[in-house]
Write a protein that binds this ligand. Structure first.
Ligand code: MG
Length: 397
């Protein structure tokens, strides 16, 4: 997907229906099994590699609680203050994003913490096709209309009825201009952005969504959300998974050894079908191990001529993508390189930075170590280089 993709997360509401007293924490800052509702929502967009900037819109009274409960991230911009209505808050978020020249923008409710990777992807794809995108689910229950005395008056035909969700997706310039027009004409209480798009004459296409992308509105919703997380997190134990990987390649005469994507001057090279970067291969297997997705050979068969001489970073990028598609947050990577030569020390920091950049990770969460094999065995005789790697990832439901 090309272009700059952004998201506005609207978190300015007071959420009084979740709070038991008027002074209680708004719903987006309520704890949901160890993180706030808002943090869980933000995390889904941080973990989606197609999202580049995240703009949260908060209430001016929530500055402190936002700062105290929300973790910084490279994608997460400084929050901006919202207006009196949801629509006004959206407009503030859109205006704040303009300096990043977005191509696409998603607009999402802070109180939908179960938005999935697939919903985000499918909404972006719909915008890529030039459409306004509205994730929605078909209504399965029978719909009744009742009067003020709770007496049923009619059964409403449910054909073609849908429940609208967020993130709703737009070409940035189109929805930005629509919001400014609405503001100029004094319209301030449209409840969602698809309604604004329609108001200026844009077509809105449905995106098939998931019933689990529910909105937390009441105390019961919050309790249910905790129950869902309890089940998936096995009673609050984080779904933390560790994968390991091992690889070895033979050293032959050549013009340099590639390790962690860095070419180290040598009169040897590693022999293999791709660039034979053992360290990256071990790390790729470790990542695949966190999701039980087989090994590097099952994704990129050495028998396939396509991978001859290939840069191994594409294997690593693919493994990271698979982990994140499973709602995994990669939290740490640790690589050990076992060789008699070349010397790894002088290249270690460059390697760390390279692996961190390829995997979209902070460099402090990438570790690279090296050891010799004490001249024991084939590795000790300098016949090859081996590497072992460990990857750690935490998975969200
Ligand atoms: Mg290999």
């Amino acid at each position: 997907m090309s272009g700059v993709n952004t998201v506005v997360i609207v978190a300015g509401g007071r959420g009084t229906r979740v709070s038991t007293s008027p002074n209680l924490t708004p719903k987006q800052y309520q704890d949901l099994n160890g993180k706030t509702v808002l943090q869980r929502t933000i995390d889904h967009f941080i973990n989606h590699e197609e999202i580049h900037h995240i703009q949260v819109v908060i209430h001016k009274d929530d500055c402190d609680i936002y700062k105290n409960t929300t973790l910084p991230d490279a994608k997460l911009l400084e929050p901006v203050f919202g207006g009196a209505t949801r629509q006004q808050s959206c407009a503030e978020g859109l205006i704040a994003l303009s300096k990043y020249n977005p191509d696409k923008v998603l607009i999402h409710d802070a109180a939908r913490p179960f938005v999935s990777y697939d919903i985000i992807t499918n909404t972006l794809l719909k915008i890529s096709a030039g459409k306004c995108a509205l994730p929605a689910t078909k209504i399965a229950d029978t719909i009744k209309r009742a009067n003020a005395q709770s007496v049923v008056e009619e059964t409403v035909a449910r054909d073609n009825l849908y429940l609208a969700q967020t993130p709703q997706g737009f070409i940035y310039n189109e929805i930005h201009n629509a919001h400014l027009k609405a503001r100029k004409e004094g319209l301030s209480n449209l409840t969602d952005d698809a309604a604004i798009a329609q108001w200026v004459g844009m077509d809105v296409d449905l995106v098939d969504s998931e019933a689990t992308n529910t909105k937390i509105t009441t105390i019961d919703d919050l309790v249910n959300a905790k129950k869902i997380l309890d089940v998936t997190q096995q009673f609050n134990i984080p779904d933390l998974r560790v994968g390991n990987g091992y690889d070895v390649h033979r050293l032959i005469d050549g013009d340099g050894v590639i390790l962690c994507g860095i070419k180290i001057p040598s009169d040897k090279k590693l022999d293999g079908h791709s660039d034979a970067d053992v360290a990256m291969h071990a790390l790729t297997d470790a990542l695949l191990g966190t999701i039980g997705a087989g090994d590097i050979g099952s994704h990129f068969p050495p028998s396939d001529p396509k991978w001859k001489g290939a840069n191994s970073d594409q294997f690593l990028i693919h493994a990271c993508k698979l982990v994140r598609e499973k709602n995994g947050t990669i939290t740490h990577m640790d690589i050990t390189i076992i060789c008699e030569f070349p010397k790894i020390g002088p290249f270690r920091e460059t390697m760390r930075e390279n692996i961190a950049a390829i995997c979209n990770m902070p460099v402090e969460r990438v570790s690279i170590k090296a050891t010799t094999n004490e001249e024991i065995g084939s590795i000790g005789r300098g016949e090859g280089i081996a590497s072992i790697a460990t990857a750690t990832a935490v998975f969200m439901p």
